[in-house]
Write a protein that binds this ligand. Sequence first.
Ligand code: FRU
Length: 486
Amino acid sequence: MKEWTQEERYRVLQDKSEIAELYEKIQTSDYRQTYHLQPITGLSSDPNGFVYHKGVWHLYYQWCPWGAVHGLKYWYHTTSADLVHWRNEGVGIHPDTIYDNKGVHSGSGFSADDKLYLFYTGNHRDENWVRTPYTCVAELTDQGQLIKHPEPLFGPHPAYTEHQRDPKVVYDKDTERYYILLGAQSQELKGRVLIYSSASLLEGWTFAGELKVPGFEDLGGMWECPSIERINGKDVLVFSPQYTTLPHRGPSTNHNIYLIGQMDFSKLTFTAEGDYRHLDYGFDFYAAQFAANVQEEDKAILTAWIGLPDNHYPTESEDWEGSLIVPRELRIEDNRLKQAPISGLSQLRGEELALDGRLPRVCELELTTTGKDNLDLAFFCQEGDKGGLRLVYDAQEKVCHFDRSQMEQRFNVAIGEQLSVPLEQELTSLRVFIDRSSIEFFFNDGEATFTSHLYPTATETGLKLDQGVQIRAWELKSSVTDDFIV
Ligand code: FRU
């Protein structure tokens, strides 16, 4: 693996010609996705600025141009009319001011008064590498010009550590004020959400206080990427707790959870109705963000990074890694989220396939089972049904056990290669979305999901099913353009 110097990681991109060769090189990779967003070169991580504005969905990702390394971060801009077909628009926000000299870090989008605003963290570091995070705003004009406000909205709060970032902006009708939720870490090294409020979007922001989330004060050492959305009169709070292990997550210390309850901005309190749940039970899922301005009361739209901080993926040797999930529609049923891939995705279906024991690299599968029988399935297994990503269903316990240790290309072994998904209902239906380097499972109409990167080799081409499993499969057409737009 390449060792990066600080200088290499934080090099400023001056001209697209500097990465033209890299772009050409990664086009030849066997693992480039076809219907998932991915970096044009280098690394993509968190989704940012996800918002519906004037008929267009805008979605950015954290981007480091130079390779599969977390260095100087840009926002890379993509757009879509339907959340299925995406096109590259080029760099969205450059780190080009004193406030973001070492990166434009994560944040959210907000559509107001016919204007599109992007709220982000300016990651400033001084010559001694001491970090000062600023909460900043920029406007994207209808002509596609980005205008950064010259001064940040506010700087860091002195009572918390340097970890204060990822502004999520919302408007609360009850208090008639705007709020920014920031992921933060207390001096006692606990994960927190800080709240700032203002009567107007672009000025007058003051610190309102810490968000109280009774019962969940000890959930990790930093809460990254808070996001909140209302679905049918209930609030869903999402964040990514770090520096702790959690049940069902193996030894990993990076997670993404949700709480359903009521948000009261006048009391700065989120009252959860029940325990937290994992947004996804898979190996690679993080920094999920709701789309803003969805305009439908009964559902929310969510995307996330297929990847984790502090981890490494096999395409690192090709100088790129990372991808975003297919956007999901979220509804609430029986006080838990039901997640489904964006409904328009079925437009991508091509021929229905007769699989005959072989698994295409890009496809959708629909499995139906009795729910009463144990199952032992393998995706991308070798000849003789050996290896592959194993999925064992224990019907009595209603648990799906995954094991990716038998794939040829193993990675991130230290966070464990086995994970389990506990189900509420018997497993009767399973939808699987496979792209060239990822796999997403939706159990029982989305009562739980499981997302993983996966890098099958030329001999890993098989699908092992069990008796009693009925399957339908479709090839999926490509929907993400991979143009070199910088
Ligand atoms: C989450 C995160 C955010 C931060 C960004 C930097 O993955 O650490 O908290 O803004 O990545 O790329």
